[in-house]
Write a protein that binds this ligand. Sequence first.
Ligand SMILES: CC(C)(COP(=O)(O)OP(=O)(O)OC[C@H]1O[C@@H](n2cnc3c(N)ncnc32)[C@H](O)[C@@H]1OP(=O)(O)O)[C@@H](O)C(=O)NCCC(=O)NCCS
Length: 247
Amino acid sequence: MESRTSLVRLLHEARRDIAAARERDPSAAGVGALGMLAAWPGVQAILAHRIAHALHRAGVPLLPRAIAYAARALTGIEIHHAAQVGEGLFIDHGSGVVIGETAIIGEDVTLYQGVTLGGAGFETGKRHPTVQDNVTIGSGAKLLGPIEIGHGAKIGANSVVVRDVPPNSTVVGVPGHPVRIDGLRVEGPDTDWIHLPDPIADAIRGLSERVADLERMVVELGGTPPARDPENVHQLRPVQGRNPAGG
Ligand SMILES: CC(C)(COP(=O)(O)OP(=O)(O)OC[C@H]1O[C@@H](n2cnc3c(N)ncnc32)[C@H](O)[C@@H]1OP(=O)(O)O)[C@@H](O)C(=O)NCCC(=O)NCCS
């Protein structure tokens, strides 16, 4: 009876995972369930994990680990067989994703390639992140330690997150900091974590201003104005966002 319940649960979870991939991957339009099982590494890895996790919970030795190992070899996605994964997880592209043993993932979470839900060092016990429902984690983001990622949060590509993340926030940078909470820009002193000071760009800008002053003086002293190639003048300031001067 118990094995029948597990099978029903497994089929239900697989259906939800395939539906999640179809909803969130524009390139899956018109692809049937079999096509997705055959060609979507994220779907394959999650299905393999669900089987491995069910066997692990049933106390079967070795096989869960072997399934996780085979899934990793096939998809490039490593999900520890003991990790708790909620329904509707979608892993886009897959390769390079690592989900650690004590990670907990809520429902309808999206992970892009290269995401790590890992430990921060050599801790024991709960040492991997807990990700609540409806979280999106951008490619290459590293979430380290037993931190909590609040529901609806978005983690920017390539961020390194080592602290709890508030619900409905956007976190970017290394280390990751909230730049939006409930859709609003985070204001206050020292809260601009995007436009950090760039001392090298500042030094180059200072030098080019001095060269311009010297050129002006040469012209004033009767010299020939230097030839300029406007195509070679690069704007050092970011094209969007606030002026980084002063940090
Ligand atoms: C973070 C992200 C989810 C956008 O979330 P959002 O809540 O809509 O945030 P916004 O786009 O309004 O960006 C907020 C600010 O963070 C900056 N930002 C966004 N993503 C960033 C990142 N990864 N690193 C650094 N800064 C980033 C934006 O430039 C913006 O700056 P501003 O305040 O000067 O305008 C998105 O930028 C991202 O990184 N998505 C991952 C997608 C991905 O991995 N794709 C791979 C497909 S294969």
